[in-house]
Design a protein around this ligand. Structure first.
Ligand SMILES: [Zn+2]
Length: 77
């Protein structure tokens, strides 16, 4: 069992969840300042956790605050 998280590229993530889903996710991010917002500059910090879930770290398009979004990619359905 591995305990390490690893980074993947935006392309790998798009393949994993589908480009349309990725676009939906990026448009539905919560910012503490703005509420619902759009995530930008996430491309360099896409992390897959040991559980299989993916976490995106980016910035709020409106105010530039750091935002993160968990994707439950660990559970295949
Ligand atoms: Zn914001």
């Amino acid at each position: 069992m591995t305990n390490t998280s690893r980074k993947i590229t935006e392309g790998e993530l798009a393949e994993k969840i589908g480009a349309e889903n990725l676009a939906l996710v990026l448009d539905n991010v919560y910012c503490a300042e703005c509420g619902q917002t759009v995530m930008v500059e996430y491309e360099d910090d896409i992390v897959v956790e040991p559980s299989g879930d993916t976490i995106l770290h980016g910035k709020c398009k409106r105010c530039g605050n750091k935002v993160a979004r968990l994707l439950e990619t660990g559970e295949e359905k």
